[in-house]
Ligand binder design. Sequence first.
Ligand SMILES: Cc1ncc(C[n+]2csc(CCOP(=O)(O)OP(=O)(O)O)c2C)c(N)n1
Ligand code: SF4
Length: 288
Amino acid sequence: MVVNAKDYDLDRENTWCPGCGNFAIMDVLKKTLAELDLPPHRVLAVSGIGQAGKMTDHIRVNTMHVLHGRLLPVATGASLADSGLKVIAVGGDGDGYAEGGNHLIHAARRNIDVTYMVHNNMIYGLTKGQASPTSGQGAHTPTTPDGNPLDGLNPIQLVLGLKAAFVARSFSGNKKQLGAILKKAFQKKGFAFIDILQPCPSFNKVNTNSWFKDRVYDINTEGHDTADIVQAFKLAQEWGERIPTGIFFDDREDRAGFRESLLGSTDRPLAGANLDPMDITEIMEKHL
Ligand SMILES: Cc1ncc(C[n+]2csc(CCOP(=O)(O)OP(=O)(O)O)c2C)c(N)n1
Ligand code: SF4
């Protein structure tokens, strides 16, 4: 089957603001799925509430638009239930690092077979610009009118610390790099995490497209060995005049995914698995 990027188009009104980084990310996602010849019926995109989460309104694959912060539990269930699905989770930095932060921790340590794309615009876009976990210290937002007293969360360090199978950062303004990273992420077995820097021209007037463009550089073209997690940690500490992007860590160990750990097999649907259920009649009778 030969799939074209246009096969993923959905003709629906789009409410993203002009100049929003979400357009480029969606464009690259569709092109990458086509490059990998993944037909729409074999893909499930799960998104949380937010501007990034609206992606599932505009891409013709199986979709679930779920509660804010809860996309990873749903993606976990779907990837367990059907090994034939390519499961993608898409959300914002608020969705994934604030309300959904606990799910991120356990998705990474369980090594769920999901590609997780976080559109990181360093604020809450949909709800009009409040501070998010990645907002920088001093950022003036409606919830931090005197400047954010906290330092921004570093998602790359966090997820490297969880030894996720694949850890990367890209930028919506570098479609070539984003496409190459997404392609590798989709081919990775286990949890593949990509933090994608994106401008929100309507509410983030500091971290603009040119602000990112002036700072980002590619660690892979500078020779970073993606098997070296210690060096990855060192690189991940950098944030300021230079911002490292690229693949930080690509685990060479063929670790079991969550499905394999639970079911011992990667190709059986959950419904067909022999889970050896125990008889709980005695317990029920004792306590009812
Ligand atoms: C359970 C729940 N909590 C909070 C909200 C309100 N809410 C909706 S979107 C959002 C934050 C959006 O920011 P982010 O996840 O970074 O995505 P963006 O819109 O910037 O892409 C919040 C707090 C909600 N809808 N549901
Ligand atoms: S508010 Fe920001 S994140 Fe939302 S669509 Fe507009 S530019 Fe994009």
